[in-house]
Write a protein that binds this ligand. Structure first.
Ligand code: NDP
Length: 459
């Protein structure tokens, strides 16, 4: 790629996540010769844009060696900003002036992205153009399908990057390495030995002024529909023959195609919204009192679904996916709970507590909780935990995603059919919620979530 064009360059995501990720790549000499161009609806001068780049590049600059500093400086100095309504035809004119091939990054609110795409003038896109789409990709299965059809008319699937920054290289390959490079795991990795799999992304952060987006999205669309279903697929897929994008993405697709939520099963979906409370020394106001929130939207700030993967390996094993904001306990992990042993030799005292494997995300960690013989009385059973940190790459997740874009490697991008399948899985849940079939529970900010939910009680 010769040029990275960022649409929505003055926005929060571009400044806080995308540009720092890019900076890390440049600093490490992994984006040589790249030109950075910004376009946005804020009336910024080039100087103002350079100040934003300075802010976003600062950390990478601090850590860079001389060559890295020079490379960062060069990208910054050569970069230009275009004050532009990207939903108007001026966008196609701008693209035509850039050194190709160009990667166009839609760092825009989703509805604006679709209009910007229409404004690109599909017929006139230079050869080799790559389109980088942020989540959420569409708003339901039908709209994701329509968007896929539109994109497919313009560029080949290989040139479309649907970004899921949760799927940083380290997380993806740490899970695959753990599962497929260790003979002791794969034989027990099925419904014969596994009781349930839980994937949590509970955060302490509250709304943080993101009502404009979040109050129309909610936790299910924001986190579960995209990120957590992808993690679930990595935990459940059969071993791919290679790590090539086709092999890997075919296997991810196969898991998601087999997945659904059984709405008739009690507790198969749950939703809740936080009320005022305290998290550490922070006072958090009621979600509905946050600026920009419309209480009538009934937006959930905590969501949980139980997914069934209807294939031979996983039939009968619940995959419980939960994510929410303003929680007292931060949990960013997958927990694999094994079945109890079929017979504990008579004579042991105490309980056989199921073995648990915990895979933590960002930083990636691994913990195995097992039973051992207790101290004092050797016949009693006790619990111990084996822990390690998993290794990270030198890049931030957005740097990892961008590296794939620049190198033309879509391995970490969500493939079009998969993006649609993720909506197919959650659409019926969203429909049942909008029809009021599942109550909107409440939980106090800073708590573990509604007490009636087993996941809040650690069960
Ligand atoms: P913002 O709401 O901050 O919008 C991004 C930028 O787009 C803003 O600068 C906005 O300008 C600009 N914009 C809006 N309309 C136009 C237009 N017609 N022409 C040109 N520029 C326009 O969104 P975020 O930065 O928060 O998010 C962008 C994308 O990234 C979204 O898809 C989001 O889901 C995704 N994302 C965001 C994350 C985050 O933490 N922010 C995390 C992960 C993904 P103005 O403010 O003037 O309207």
């Amino acid at each position: 790629m010769k040029t990275l064009l960022v649409l929505g360059a003055s926005g929060d995501m571009a400044g806080r996540l995308l540009l720092p990720g890019l900076a890390r790549l440049i600093r490490l000499g992994r984006a040589d010769g790249l030109k950075l161009v910004g376009a946005g609806s804020d009336d910024w001068t080039n100087e103002h844009w350079h100040e934003r780049i300075d802010g976003s590049f600062a950390l990478a600059m601090e850590k860079a060696d001389d060559a890295g500093r020079a490379a960062l400086q060069q990208v910054r100095n050569d970069s230009s900003y275009h004050f532009l309504d990207v939903t108007k035809p001026g966008l196609a004119d701008l693209v035509a002036t850039l050194d190709g091939p160009v990667a166009i990054y839609f760092a825009l609110p989703p509805a604006v992205s679709q209009k910007a795409f229409n404004a690109l003038g599909a017929d006139s896109l230079p050869e080799g153009t790559r389109l980088v789409m942020e989540k959420p990709f569409g708003t339901d299965q039908a709209s994701a399908h329509l968007l896929n059809e539109k994109l497919a008319k313009v560029v080949p699937e290989q040139n479309i990057h649907r970004v899921d920054h949760f799927l940083g290289k380290a997380t993806v390959f740490n899970i695959l390495g753990l599962r497929f490079a260790n003979r002791i795991l794969e034989p027990v990795w099925s419904n014969l030995h596994i009781e349930k799999v839980e994937i949590f992304f509970d955060e302490a952060l509250a709304l943080e002024n993101r009502a404009r987006y979040y109050d129309h999205a909610g936790a299910l669309r924001d986190m579960i529909q995209s990120h957590l279903l992808q993690v679930m697929a990595l935990l459940a897929l059969n071993a791919p023959s290679t790590l090539h994008e086709r092999d890997l993405r075919d296997h991810i697709g196969s898991v998601l195609r087999a997945s659904s939520v059984d709405l008739d099963a009690p507790g198969s979906s749950r939703r809740a919204r936080y009320t005022a409370g305290r998290i550490g020394d922070r006072t958090v106001s009621d979600y509905t009192a946050e600026p920009g929130v419309d209480a009538g939207n009934n937006t959930e700030t905590l969501a949980e679904i139980t997914v069934s993967i209807n294939n031979e390996r996983w039939s009968g094993v619940p995959f419980i996916l939960r994510s929410g904001k303003a929680l007292g306990v931060t949990r960013k992990e997958a927990v694999v709970t094994f079945k109890p042993v079929s017979h504990l030799p008579t004579g042991f005292k105490g309980e056989d507590v199921p073995t648990k494997l915990r895979i933590g995300f960002g930083p990636d960690t691994l913990q195995l909780e097992i039973d051992v013989n207790g101290p004092g009385d050797i016949f009693s059973l006790d619990r111990t935990t084996l822990s390690t940190d998993l290794n990270a790459t030198d890049l931030l997740p957005y740097g990892e995603v961008l590296e794939g874009v620049l190198a033309g490697d879509p391995t970490l991008s969500v493939r079009g059919d998969t993006a649609e399948d993720c909506w197919r899985i959650v659409d019926p849940v969203l429909k049942s919620w909008s029809q009021g079939q599942v109550p909107l529970d409440e939980y106090t900010a800073g708590s573990a979530g509604p007490e009636a939910w087993p996941t809040s009680r650690g069960e």
